[in-house]
Write a protein that binds this ligand. Structure first.
Ligand SMILES: [Zn+2]
Length: 431
């Protein structure tokens, strides 16, 4: 086995034939998988059968990804209600409980059928794409207790690649540092903020993160990853950090490759971006709710609404993977506002503003003029700039890049935006 220092972490694929499928082939592959799981779930999952029956649908009505629109979206709240009515799993399980290897419990409580044999691809694809290779000794610092992520998903995925897992779980920061050092561990799985805790503890213990520790790759999830925190940690340890996104119920829905170019959708999921009000699919480049379908027979969730907002892109990625990508997670559906038919989220406004260190305070104001939505970003600057007009145009361009709609910038004096003001102020009236 090559030494972690010399192995090539940049090339190759975890499942090349799937990850490099051409667009047309991928559509065929997904449609075929979809027909299979719909047939299976209709026969074996009571909740899914009820859902189809109440919408007047039979399995033969679902042939393509477009047909998915006919099936009502299942939200987490509905899962919980149905679990109460029909315990323990609300009829969403696709195999008898005696065939499950594990059962998990997430806050709610929400009961999750675990797995029979773990075969989920996404997290392992993500780790590999992010530089993990066979032989990486890895501390897994996600929680092993009740919830599925650490034990079922991360641990199994490390094993699928050929990495060695040290099941540390959360906390015990000082011990985490000792373990990293004693085993010359090369991999980290956990939240970015916990890795920051580990870094601070190690420095406090007098260690040089680059010389005394050996971390090369970090796989992070479960919280937002600010770019500033990523580069700080990558620099401190001299390693690469990549993130992935998913939920406890439907698992991995996106992972970053080394090109850091959005999150590739794993090949064993169908991800739609939909209008949360109508459930209709939105094309690439539009902001909407992430709705996902898995082909997993133990827990066959079909059209599960995550409540998260994102944008899908199908532009080619230089890494060679051909799957569509989630541009980034923009925030929760219930915080979003619709402007000229498109969703605008506080997270997007924040992303625009974070590109300009000159900005002290800001507020996005929505108005209605002659039956049209107007969007204005009010900006307070830290200090006067020499060419405010130029800066204004640059910010307006960033608004177009990030939010995909046009908005104007207005510079206001310091203190004009009240303290604690809403980041999106909707002043539109509709009479
Ligand atoms: Zn890529």
């Amino acid at each position: 086995m090559p030494k972690p220092e010399v192995m090539d972490r940049t090339a190759g694929f975890f499942k090349k034939n799937l990850e490099t499928m051409l667009h047309k082939k991928r559509i065929e592959y997904h449609s075929q998988k979809l027909r299979g799981i719909v047939q299976y779930a209709y026969k074996n999952s009571l909740a899914f059968k009820n859902k189809m029956d109440s919408a007047g649908l039979k399995p033969k009505d679902i042939q393509t990804i477009k047909d998915l629109e006919k099936i009502p979206i299942t939200k987490k709240t509905e899962l919980m209600e149905l679990q109460k009515k029909n315990p323990p799993f609300g009829g969403f399980e696709g195999v008898p409980i005696t065939e499950m290897r594990r059962i998990f419990i997430s806050p709610g409580p929400l009961y999750e059928p675990g797995e029979a044999d773990y075969s989920e691809l996404g997290w392992a694809q993500g780790m590999y794409a992010g530089g993990f290779r066979p032989g990486d000794i890895t501390i897994n610092t996600f929680s092993y207790h009740m919830v599925p992520f650490a034990l079922q998903m991360v641990d199994n995925s490390l094993h699928m690649i050929g990495c060695i897992s040290i099941p540390m779980g959360v906390g015990n920061t000082e011990q985490q540092v000792h373990i990293l050092k004693d085993f010359k561990a090369t991999g980290y799985c956990g939240t970015p903020s916990f890795l920051l805790n580990i870094a601070e503890k190690a420095e406090e213990m007098g260690l040089n993160l680059k010389k005394d520790l050996n971390l090369r790759v970090a796989f992070v999830a479960a919280e937002m990853l600010p770019e500033s925190l990523r580069s700080k940690l990558e620099e401190k340890f001299g390693m690469v950090m990549r993130q992935a996104y998913g939920t406890a119920d439907i698992r991995c829905l996106g992972y970053e490759c080394l090109k850091k170019n959005g999150m590739h959708v794993p090949d064993d999921k169908i991800v739609e971006i939909v209008d949360p009000n109508t459930g209709k699919q939105l094309g690439p480049g539009k902001t909407g709710e992430i709705v996902a379908t898995t082909f997993d027979k133990v827990y066959p969730l079909i059209r599960f609404g995550t409540g998260d907002l994102s944008i899908l892109t199908e532009t080619p990625c230089p890494c060679g993977r051909t799957s569509p990508r989630l541009v980034k997670i923009l925030g929760r559906v219930d915080q979003a506002t619709k402007v000229r038919g498109l969703f605008v989220h506080p997270g997007q406004v924040n992303e625009v503003v974070s590109r300009y260190p000159q900005i002290a305070n800001y507020q996005l104001v929505l108005k209605r003029k002659e039956d049209k939505d107007e969007m204005m970003l009010r900006v307070e600057l830290k200090e006067e700039v020499s060419q405010p007009e130029k800066l204004g145009h640059e910010i307006e361009q960033s608004i177009r890049d990030v939010m995909k709609i046009r908005g104007d910038v207005e510079f206001v004096s310091n203190g004009v935006i009240p303290e604690g003001a809403k980041k999106i102020e909707d002043q539109r009236t509709w009479e």
